[in-house]
Design a protein around this ligand. Structure first.
Ligand code: ATP
Ligand code: MG
Length: 395
């Protein structure tokens, strides 16, 4: 059966009281955005505690579902058969034929779950359940009723029309982007930071990003990889303003001036400082990194403390308690993994010491940073002047 409507279920956003319409409007907006490159015409609108997507023209159901599965806030995508409410006998027949066609050749247990959203409809729900059950059994040999643990729940919602559905494809959950303020993601070419951006975006946060590159030590290909990752994250979060900062001179200066076992930690502190400056300029309410406790030397508790010390904005680290494999699982699920593992160099991997400190102290780090005082402010200013802002959309 080809469906031309989808009933969208959302959970968390349904309980936001007076602000509910803001969440629904954001959801509608994000759904429209997600479908903008999908072939066909789509009418997306709010409708009695649900959102409806009506498709027309030359659309393909799989492409529509794929687009919808990228929209935070959606918990269920239900392909729905919409029928005019004529007489009750016709409705029973429509329901039975729907089941017969959707589950052709399958042996199923089912129960009917009818609801009168329009309370003026003359038949009560328990009666409808009995009637629809009977009509389906009369039409299908291989179906039986199980009201306690059915394989299929046949939903029939009586509104201005009858909405018949039984399949619910999972959405990503979360809250619609645009309902929670904005944050600045430190996006490298690795596995973790795209996942971190996805996770914070899932809570409704609009994402901006910053990438530090170090030409000629890092290539244009490495930069393109980060743009590609931003584009993949943007398929969930909407367009991302990606700041690209030339970090080479700062890195070289730290390399020349500071003890090599402290290179990474000091470099990370300058990344955070610059990211915070950009974040404040663009009204972000926090920073996001892909750090996870103990993953590498620069992510021990001591290192995180020393890195975080330069920030006044909160630093969100959604991967903090995850094992690498758990992060990889998410990156595979969201489609960033294949790009993340492409072998292009990252500025962090070029200037690394053989034995970086794993337990830096703030005091020791500050003493080393003092050695930078002659030029570092100018270099940071110059780096900020190199800021290239690329607006990255989903492809
Ligand atoms: P990732 O997989 O995200 O690159 P990682 O395991 O390689 O993480 P690090 O290289 O220590 O870890 O980086 C920790 C975090 O710092 C990253 O998750 C990212 O948020 C940020 N970061 C590192 N390098 C860069 C960079 N070149 N540009 C922007 N942010 C960066
Ligand atoms: Mg990295």
């Amino acid at each position: 059966m080809r469906f031309d409507s989808y009933l969208i279920k959302y959970a968390e956003i349904g309980v936001k009281g007076k602000n509910r319409y803001l969440f629904e409007d954001a959801l509608v907006k994000q759904i429209r955005y997600s479908l903008r490159r999908t072939e066909g015409e789509f009418n997306v609108y709010k409708f009695q505690g649900r959102v409806m997507v009506e498709c027309s023209g030359d659309f393909d159901n799989d492409s529509v579902c794929d687009a919808l599965s990228h929209v935070f806030g959606i918990v269920g995508i239900c392909p729905v058969l919409v029928k005019e409410l004529t007489d009750y006998e016709t409705l029973k027949k429509d329901v039975a034929l729907y089941m017969k066609e959707v589950y052709a050749g399958e042996t199923i247990t089912f129960k009917s779950y009818a609801r009168r959203i329009d309370k003026n409809y003359p038949v009560l729900s328990p009666q409808m359940n009995r009637d629809f059950g009977e009509a389906v059994l009369a039409e299908m040999d291989n179906a039986s009723v199980d009201v306690h643990d059915p394989q299929v729940t046949l939903s029939v919602e009586i509104r201005d029309k009858a909405y018949i559905y039984s399949k619910v494809l999972p959405g990503p959950g979360g809250m619609p982007v645009g309902t929670a303020g904005k944050a600045m993601l430190l996006l490298s070419g690795g596995i973790d930071s795209p996942v971190a951006g996805y996770m914070i975006g899932k809570r409704g946060v609009t994402i901006d990003a910053v990438y530090f590159h170090a030409p000629p030590y890092t290539s244009e290909r490495a930069k393109q990889k980060v743009i590609d990752l931003a584009s993949l994250v943007a398929s969930y979060t909407g367009p991302i303003n990606l700041h690209v900062i030339n970090f080479t001179d700062i890195q070289l200066y730290i390399y020349e001036t500071c003890p090599h076992d402290q290179l990474t930690i000091i470099m990370r502190r300058y990344m955070m400082r610059i990211a915070e400056t950009l974040a404040l300029q663009s009204e972000c309410l926090g920073l996001i990194t892909g750090e996870s406790i103990g993953q590498v030397a620069s992510q021990t508790m001591q290192s995180l403390m020393v890195t975080g010390e330069v920030c006044t904005l909160p630093v969100y680290r959604p991967c903090i308690g995850m094992d690498k494999q758990e992060i990889i699982d998410i990156s595979e699920k969201i489609g960033t993994y294949e790009t993340s593992i492409l072998p292009y160099e990252d500025c962090c991997t070029i200037f690394v010491a053989k034995h970086p400190v794993t337990k830096p102290t703030l005091k020791g780090t500050l003493i080393s940073e003092q050695k930078l005082s002659e030029k570092i402010d100018d270099l940071v200013r110059t780096a900020l002047e190199t800021d290239e802002v690329i607006r990255v959309a989903a492809r």
